[in-house]
Each structure stands twice: as structure tokens, then as C-alpha cells.
Design a protein around this ligand. Structure first.
Ligand SMILES: Cc1ncc(COP(=O)(O)O)c(C=O)c1O
Length: 449
């Protein structure tokens, strides 16, 4: 009781101190510390001025997680004076606001009982039916009963599979380099995440085969076979077959992330792993790059036994993906807008990728190489030896340009000379200028070696 009175008093005092914010910063900090203390059962706020050390109480699995890179990328989302090649953001020009406004108005007036309500954890039946039909027509395989669920974007699937299947110390193989959100999802469950290199044909299945023969026993292998993040590279058809053979031989689950699959510039990528081997593949899909990330919509397709586990795991994370977003997705897709927009998006991103290649050719210092993507959002740049792209990102910011340094895309210490450039959201007319600035940063660094 006394504790509650103290909390109320201190909260009021803190509110008052907020009014005189300038000059009262210290008072406010003390007040917050006092609130913390009294809520923790220490009823006398005068007992200590010391702020609590919340980090000391962090769970072991969280302590070494990092995450600063993703926070930094998202923090740049709104900055207007920096040319930013950092985040894998779709261009807002691809967001169909007019169509969406109509659909939203209709759903809220006519279908509020579904669209504004909780949904089944595996997703609204009609939405799953739409997604299943789409997979059938695009990938040549339609998920059977229980083989498909709706997720909250692509990352939700990685989180759910990690939560359901990984114990501390379990081995997970990823491509080196790979999407850092996936590394974090697996490490969040204390997995031993190992990288296997990629080349122009995707994951080096020969290196993986050697490691398996030497005793490596992963529970999960995570791959982004199409226009990979961060390299833009695609796994060839023979490598896909080899990978599936290894999964069947050694009994691991392939988690296939198809975030960029539909965004090919010319040729479509080879058949999806899930469509070839639904017995050993869980496909993680997202509508973030082809629809809008703001709705946080995705899917997981795989063996029914696995999907049922992910559904249970989702029940105590977000319980269900937002029903309004699900219904918006369904209406938008069934109306034919999705596939029409994807055609326009492919042309937009293909044009940007070509502008990037021209700019890199014009402005990169000698000895720098880069990938040429056939789709997706990314180009992977390798600078000459001796450069440290983490250290240089401050110099880049000073020149009002941003990229993601290579290191966080690896599980170990690689990536010092590499840079990921996302061209998806940089206006055409800024690409040359932005690359010129990065070229200047690299050149200055090389001169100083
Ligand atoms: C390969 C890959 N998978 C998944 C995601 C996350 O997708 P979502 O925003 O839908 O969670 C991203 C986002 O950049 C990605 O690059």
C-alpha cells in the first residue's frame, strides 16, 4: 500500500518535472530511479540515488546478441539528408496507397467482425487459401492440409522455428555471409551458428559435405537461395539438388528464405527447394518486399508436423498475425494487384541495379569488386585488403552517405573489407552521387594505408 502511494507521488512529481524539462533533467532521472526502486519493493525513494543496472540482469542468451546494426539501419529510415544504401527497404513508390485505402475502408465498414478481431493462430482460412493458391501457381506446389501458416513477416518464421527446435549448443548452418536477422534469431536460442561460404552458384555444398563428413550435425540449415541478402547471388539448380541430398542423408531441416524470390529482373530463379523437397524443407516467405512491410505479413510452408509446432510457438509470442493486415493482403492479392505491382517493382529495381553497376564502375577504387544481382535489393562490394569498413562507416556518415559494413553478416570475424549496398530505396538521381561519396571514402582510406 505504502509502495503504491509512493509510486503515485513520485509519478506526479515526475510529471511536474517533465513540464520544466530543460534544466530539470537530473531531477527526472532521479525520479525514474525512485519509481524503479519503489516498484521493486524499496518503499523509501530517498534510500539510493543509484540507477539500477538492468544489464546485470539480462538473460545469458541475450547478453551477446548484439542487434545494434539492425537498430542503426532502422534509425536511418527517416533521415532525409543522408543518401542511404543501408536498409533493405522497398521503395514506397511500390506501395499501392490508393487501392489500399479503398480496401481498408471496405473491410472496416463491411468485415470488421473478422478484420478487427483476433484470428486463428495459423491465419484466417481464406487468407491461407489465397497464399496456398499463389504458391501453387508460382512454385508449382500447393501446400496440403496443415502445411501452411500465416506469419508476421519473414523473421517470425525464423524465430518460431528457433524457439521450437533449438536447444542451447545445437548447430545451425548458415551461408557466410547471410541475413543478420536470421543469425540473431538462431543465436537468441543459444545455437552454435556456423557459416559455410557462398560463391557465384550459392552455398558451397562441397564445403558443407566435407564438414558433415567430418562430424558436423546441424539441426537446421538456413539458406536464402534467390538473390540473397547480402550478396544478391542465387543458388544454381545443381547446388539445390546437392543440398537436398545432404539434408536427406544427414537428417537436417532446410529453412529456405524466399524473401526476394519474386523480384527477379529477367530469368526467374531455379525451382524452390520446398517445391522440390517438401519433406525436408520449411519455406519462410514474406510479403514485406512485394507488398508492404508495414503489414508484417509472411508465410511458413513445410511438413505439417513442423507447422503444427510453429503454431504452438506462435501462440505465446504474438498469438496471431494482425487480422486487418491478413485481410488487406487477401483482398489486394485476389484483386490481381499483387502480381501487377510485382511486374512494376521488378522494372524499378532492375533499373536501380543497373544504375548502381554503372556508378560502381565509374567511382570505385582499383581492386574493388562487386556482385551483379539478377534480382532483389543488394550488391555486395569487396574493397581491397587493409580497408576496415566498420571503421569507415563514420567517415561515410560525415560525407552524408550510409552503407552496412560486411562484418555483421558473418558468424565469425570475416567481412572487414566488405560492404552491403541496398539500392531498393535510393532515388535514381542520387545513386551516382552516393556511390561517388563511398568511392571517395575508400580512396582516402587506401591512401592512408
Ligand atoms: C532474407 C530476408 N529474410 C527475411 C527478412 C525479414 O522480412 P520481414 O520484414 O518480413 O520480417 C529480410 C528483411 O530484410 C530479409 O532480407
Amino acid at each position: 500500500m505504502l509502495g503504491n502511494i509512493v509510486v503515485a507521488y513520485v509519478k506526479q512529481a515526475a510529471r511536474n518535472s517533465y513540464i520544466c524539462k530543460i534544466g530539470c533533467q537530473e531531477t527526472e532521472t532521479r525520479m525514474s530511479a525512485a519509481i524503479d526502486q519503489s516498484q521493486a519493493g524499496l518503499s523509501d525513494p530517498a534510500v539510493s540515488d543509484k540507477a539500477r543496472d538492468w544489464d546485470a540482469g539480462l538473460a545469458r542468451r541475450t547478453k551477446s546478441l548484439g542487434g545494434g546494426e539492425i537498430t542503426a539501419i532502422l534509425a536511418l529510415a527517416g533521415s532525409s539528408d543522408v543518401i542511404t544504401f543501408s536498409g533493405g527497404f522497398p521503395d514506397p513508390a511500390t506501395f499501392p496507397t490508393g487501392v489500399l485505402a479503398d480496401i481498408a475502408a471496405r473491410l472496416i465498414t463491411e468485415d470488421a467482425g473478422v478484420a478487427l478481431q483476433y484470428s486463428a493462430t495459423e491465419g484466417i482460412a481464406g487468407v491461407r487459401d489465397y497464399v496456398a493458391g499463389r504458391l501453387g501457381s508460382l512454385q508449382g506446389r500447393t501446400p496440403g492440409p496443415g502445411e501452411l501458416m500465416v506469419t508476421s513477416g519473414g523473421i517470425d518464421c525464423m524465430e518460431l522455428v528457433a524457439k521450437s527446435y533449438l536447444d542451447a549448443g545445437d548447430a545451425v548452418v548458415v551461408e557466410a555471409p547471410t541475413y543478420l536477422g536470421a543469425i540473431m534469431a538462431f543465436r537468441g536460442y543459444e545455437a552454435d551458428v556456423r557459416g559455410v561460404p557462398v560463391d557465384g552458384d550459392g552455398l558451397r555444398t562441397d564445403v558443407l559435405a566435407d564438414q558433415l563428413a567430418a562430424g558436423l550435425r546441424p539441426k537446421i540449415l538456413y539458406t536464402i537461395p534467390d538473390f540473397q541478402n547480402p550478396t544478391g547471388l542465387t543458388m544454381s539448380a545443381p547446388r539445390r539438388t546437392e543440398l537436398i541430398d545432404l539434408a536427406r542423408q544427414y537428417g537436417f531441416l532446410i529453412v529456405e528464405d524466399v524473401a526476394y524470390r519474386d523480384l527477379h529482373f529477367e530469368d526467374a530463379p531455379p525451382d524452390s527447394l520446398w517445391s522440390i523437397a517438401p519433406d525436408v524443407v520449411l519455406q519462410a516467405g514474406t510479403f514485406s518486399k512485394i507488398f508492404c512491410p508495414g503489414f508484417r505479413m509472411g508465410w511458413a510452408a513445410g511438413p505439417a508436423e513442423i507447422i503444427s509446432r510453429l503454431v504452438v510457438a506462435k501462440q505465446n509470442s504474438d498469438q496471431c498475425s494482425g487480422a486487418l493486415g491478413q485481410r488487406m493482403l487477401e483482398e489486394y492479392g485476389r484483386g490481381g494487384h499483387m502480381e501487377r505491382q510485382i511486374i512494376a517493382s521488378r522494372a524499378l529495381y532492375a533499373r536501380r541495379a543497373a544504375l548502381m553497376t554503372d556508378a560502381l564502375t565509374a567511382h570505385m577504387p582499383e581492386g574493388t569488386t562487386w556482385t551483379t544481382p539478377g534480382g532483389g535489393f543488394y550488391i555486395w562490394v569487396t574493397a581491397p585488403d587493409g580497408v576496415d569498413t566498420v571503421a569507415l562507416s563514420a567517415a561515410a556518415r560525415a560525407r552524408k552517405v550510409a552503407y552496412v559494413p560486411g562484418r555483421p553478416f558473418y558468424t565469425g570475424d570475416d567481412g572487414a573489407v566488405q560492404i552491403r549496398l541496398a539500392y531498393s530505396r535510393v532515388a535514381d538521381e542520387l545513386i551516382d552521387e552516393g556511390i561517388q561519396r563511398i568511392g571517395a571514402v575508400l580512396r582516402t582510406a587506401l591512401e592512408g594505408l
